[in-house]
Write a protein that binds this ligand. Structure first.
Ligand code: PLP
Length: 480
């Protein structure tokens, strides 16, 4: 490099990153500029001349920082977003610096080996069948896709159809049974796989978003031929789990492949809350994330499949220039729809090594306890209702409880806007059963009791401000 050493450049990037992390708690817990503001900061014609490395990194930090969300902070409760733990981030930096293309074990032995070991650790921590195979994907969306691709191939193979070779044209129909409150990305995965998100049989759910056993029983009785059942460990709004003990035997009776979306909830298996996901190990496949409860940086999900052959058949890429793998060797690209790919095993290995079984269990328990405490504090305030039983780390809040639905919708929306504008903590809005709610997800490694208390106070303060004035136009963008 003619513009300073690699070391200087990397240290400069590290300084920007450290400053960002060190000041995260003192910042407003929302971006300072909107998307359009960020676009304005970045927009310029294609540079004709290059800039030096340090200049580029300084410019990137200056342009990006106002538009960064405090997702790695202790008072961020939006969506379901892990906190990118510093140990995972450091491992991820090394992953980038090492620049390994982790597709196969000949090209990148350390990447493939760390992934193989991390995969075994995941099965142990989640207490899933140890012979299962694990693909390290970009996130739970792709993990769901991988698992359902294996399911599609296997249920059709059992009736004599080779979906991998012949595709779906002329294939026997496959019945897909899925709960009405499954995550949107599972419907996307079905769409990618040619099942269509509207062609599936949607099952009724209860007030926690869990599949009704009786509805499932009736739908299952109508199934003939190949079928896939999709269950859920951790509903996105309520954190609730389908009743695996009741549903699994019915699914088994019709010979269905059972897939479980457990993007965050499957991690209950690694904690004292394991009973919530009792019986989930009887399923055929599971999707979960590293970048949620394991706190790896983004770009990390896991597709876990009991039938390793079905997994391989659905994902294998073969080409003459790619060396074959032999008994006892494992190519990361055989388990995900990617050839050139990031060495995700390093960050996963590092986070499990850092937290350990006990640290993971303690963190999950802490988050669940804080969620419950926050919900209790809010419930004690007049006009605030908590809409779900807090079984895990997720809860929904409704403001203006007791008032007409439309009025409570407006007050809830305003309170979400007010909270986001105040910037003490961040929580987003959603619709639940046709009405507006605030969603709170406690999932950052950094969130402790005092952060939870401060956030609950901030939510109460936002609600009081809104209810006192009747309306408080904030001018802040609402995050859906
Ligand atoms: C239950 C559930 N399934 C799937 C997903 C999709 O995961 P990802 O965003 O990692 O692709 C999420 C994300 O929040 C989720 O909560």
């Amino acid at each position: 490099m003619d513009d300073g050493s690699v070391g200087d450049l990397f240290r400069r990037a590290a300084e920007h990153a450290v400053r960002f992390r060190d000041t995260i708690s003192d910042r407003q817990q929302r971006p300072q500029v909107s998307y359009l503001g960020s676009l304005e900061a970045f927009r310029e014609p294609v540079p004709e001349e290059g800039a030096s490395g340090p200049e580029v990194i300084d410019a990137l930090a200056a342009k990006a920082e106002p538009g960064l969300h405090a997702m790695t902070g202790s008072r961020f409760f939006g969506w379901v977003i892990g906190g990118s733990h510093p140990v995972g981030v450091a491992a991820d930096w090394m992953t980038s610096a090492w620049g390994q293309n982790a597709g196969n074990h000949h090209a990148a032995p350390a990447a493939a080996a760390s992934e193989a070991v991390a995969a075994g650790w995941l099965l142990d921590l989640l207490d899933l069948p140890r012979e299962s195979s694990v693909g390290l994907a970009t996130g739970a969306t792709v993990a769901n896709f991988v698992c359902l691709a294996a399911a599609r191939g296997e249920v059709l193979r059992r009736v004599g159809w080779d979906a991998e070779a012949q595709g779906l044209f002329g294939a026997p129909p496959v019945t897909v049974l899925i709960g009405d409150d499954a995550h949107a990305t599972v419907f996307s995965a079905l769409q990618f796989l040619g099942f269509g998100h509207d062609r599936v049989t949607r099952l009724k759910t209860d007030e926690m978003g869990c599949i009704s056993t009786s509805d499932f029983g009736e739908a299952a009785a109508r199934v003939s031929g190949p079928s896939i059942v999709i269950l859920q460990a951790g509903q996105i709004n309520t954190g609730a789990f389908d009743d695996f003990a009741a549903l699994m035997p019915i699914a088994r009776r019709i010979g269905a492949w059972v897939h479980v979306d457990g993007a965050f909830g499957l991690w209950a298996r690694a904690s004292a809350r394991k009973r919530l996901a009792e019986g989930v190990d009887e399923a055929d496949s599971w999707a979960t994330d590293g970048h949620k409860w394991l706190q790896t940086p983004y770009d990390c999900g896991y597709a876990i499949i009991h039938d390793a052959d079905a997994h391989r058949r659905a994902m294998t890429i073969a080409a003459s220039y790619l060396p074959p793998s032999h008994e006892g060797e494992r190519d990361p690209s055989h388990f995900v729809p990617e050839l050139s790919r990031r060495a995700r095993g390093f960050a996963t290995w590092a986070m499990i090594k850092h937290l350990g079984r006990k640290g993971i269990a303690a963190m999950i328990e802490r988050h669940c306890r804080i969620a419950r405490q926050m919900a209790d504090r809010l419930r004690g305030e007049e006009g605030i209702a908590i809409l779900n039983e807090v079984v895990l780390n997720q809860f929904m809040v409704r403001f203006g409880a007791g008032r007409a639905d439309e009025e409570a919708d407006r007050l809830t929306q305003r309170t979400v806007e007010r909270l986001q504008a105040d910037g003490v903590c961040f929580a987003g809005g959603a619709n639940w059963r046709g009405r507006k709610v605030m969603r709170v997800s406690v999932i950052s490694w950094l969130t402790d009791d005092s952060a939870g208390e401060m956030a609950a106070d901030a939510i109460v303060a936002a609600w009081r401000a809104v209810s006192d004035t009747g309306d408080a136009a904030t001018g802040c963008e609402t995050v859906p």
